[in-house]
Design a protein around this ligand. Structure first.
Ligand code: 2M8
Length: 427
């Protein structure tokens, strides 16, 4: 009964955050559409409102580029009057979207939504859109076919000020005259210490200016962009997404496509174990493709290769140990976004320490996948508890459980849908 009331509250929140046919992450802080947020919203809705889940995913099509890319943001006209920077005009992409992408979780979301909605028209349309996206991502972010796709801007990783991007930021600011950055608006409603520093904002805007010089040409951006990082979370999601796209292709009888995407998934699994896994430190790290070395900072992203399956039992066991270690990722209120052992760890600052419900959700799927049910249940319970106690906040303090960042934050509704029914993995 309590559970049902909680789910109803989550659905009410999503209803309240619906603007121009899609759900925004938060009405005050993020008044536009974000790519991976909408995928998470669709996953939440699939449980009780499959038709609304279909609509949420389909609302992303309006932003998709002709080359297949799903941009990380689509600007809404109502939101245009709201204060968010960079706005559509700042990006100069020639359309009301940003020019970069975000973690490619749409195939996974579509598989979950299809398992709930069983709507063939949705499946056919979604498949064509997502297939185009995967072909674009593969070609433009892994042109050598290594199995690892690159992130070119920290915003693409979804974990914007993660210390994974700290060294790249420092190098960038050292080598480039500090770009002019318009006054920050993100710190008007959220305390500055919970948001990225001004340096990060100079870096974010500077990278955008560089891409504008390349006229948003994917090849030029990849070749000349100062950041080229195989992010562990992004690649874990990408691998799982190829497996899910293969399942959707199979459902449509497209066996050649199914074999292709299954092969891509397998290639990425191998590449993650070869390049991201560090046998000595027993952890998955993001990898700097420009410099040819791992970025030795432990973040929650390091658990995400588990999502993709096929991880050796001893690797899964090492990660479980790290998850249970108070000096690393164990804390009363969940799994911090950055290890407690890192110098950059900060329990209130955005992706440098706080607990996020989205990464909890991903972690739960990864743990279930490698048979770690107890750990998965613990994280599910903590997630529900956080939302009950502190509301739908953007992130939470790992030791105190207090809410941080934006209020009325949509994807925190995932707390009530941590464990996806088995059908979604068995179309
Ligand atoms: C955050 O990122 C945006 C920029 O894309 C921002 O800080 O303004 C991140 O947490 C990102 O992962 C998320 O998709 C977005 C909207 O919730 O906010």
């Amino acid at each position: 009964m309590i559970r049902r009331a909680a789910i109803a509250r989550s659905l009410r929140l999503l209803d309240a955050n619906r603007v121009e046919g899609c759900i925004v992450p938060s009405r005050s802080q993020y008044p536009h559409q974000w790519f991976w947020d909408s995928c998470f919203h669709a996953i939440v809705l699939a449980g009780r409102r499959p038709a609304a889940a279909v609509r949420e995913l389909e609302s992303l099509y309006a932003g998709q580029w002709k080359n297949g890319m799903f941009p990380h943001m689509r600007f809404l006209s109502r939101g245009a009057k709201a204060r968010y920077r960079p706005n559509a005009g700042d990006w100069k992409t020639g359309r009301p979207t940003s020019g970069i992408t975000q973690p490619p979780i749409i195939a996974t979301a579509a598989r979950i939504v299809y398992a709930a909605a069983r709507d063939r028209r949705f499946l056919r349309r979604a498949y064509a859109r997502i297939r185009a996206y995967h072909l674009w991502l593969q070609k433009s972010r892994d042109p050598e076919g290594s199995g690892l796709v690159a992130v070119l801007h920290p915003w693409e990783s979804g974990m914007d000020n993660s210390p994974v991007y700290g060294a790249a930021k420092d190098r960038y600011l050292r080598d480039n005259p500090s770009p002019n950055v318009p006054p920050r608006v993100d710190t008007r409603k959220v305390r500055a210490k919970e948001r990225p520093t001004d340096d990060y904002y100079r870096f974010y805007w500077g990278l955008i200016a560089g891409f504008q010089e390349d006229d948003w040409d994917a090849r030029g951006m990849y070749r000349r962009g100062p950041v080229r990082i195989a992010d562990a979370l992004f690649n874990g999601i990408w691998t799982k997404a190829n497996e899910d796209l293969a399942a959707l292709a199979g459902e449509l009888g497209k066996s050649k496509d199914a074999a292709l995407f299954a092969r891509w998934a397998e290639r990425s699994r191998r590449a993650m174990c070869k390049f991201l896994w560090c046998p000595r430190r027993r952890f998955f790290y993001s990898y700097d493709l420009r410099r040819g070395r791992r970025i030795l900072v432990k973040t929650v992203g390091g658990f995400m290769p588990l999502l993709a399956g096929g991880v050796e039992a001893k690797i899964a066991a090492a990660l479980a140990e790290c998850l249970a270690d108070r000096r690393e990722f164990f804390s009363k209120f969940g799994v911090p976004s950055t290890s407690r052992g890192e110098a950059a760890f900060d329990p209130v600052c955005y992706w440098r320490g706080p607990v996020w419900i989205s990464t909890h959700w991903l972690l739960v799927q990864g743990l279930l996948r490698c048979g770690r049910r107890d750990e998965a249940l613990r994280i599910s319970e903590i997630s529900r508890g956080l939302v009950e106690r502190s509301g739908y906040r953007e992130y939470y303090h790992p030791f105190k459980g207090e809410g941080l960042g934006a209020h009325g934050f949509s994807w925190s509704a995932l707390a009530h849908r941590m464990i996806v029914p088995r059908e979604a993995n068995n179309l």
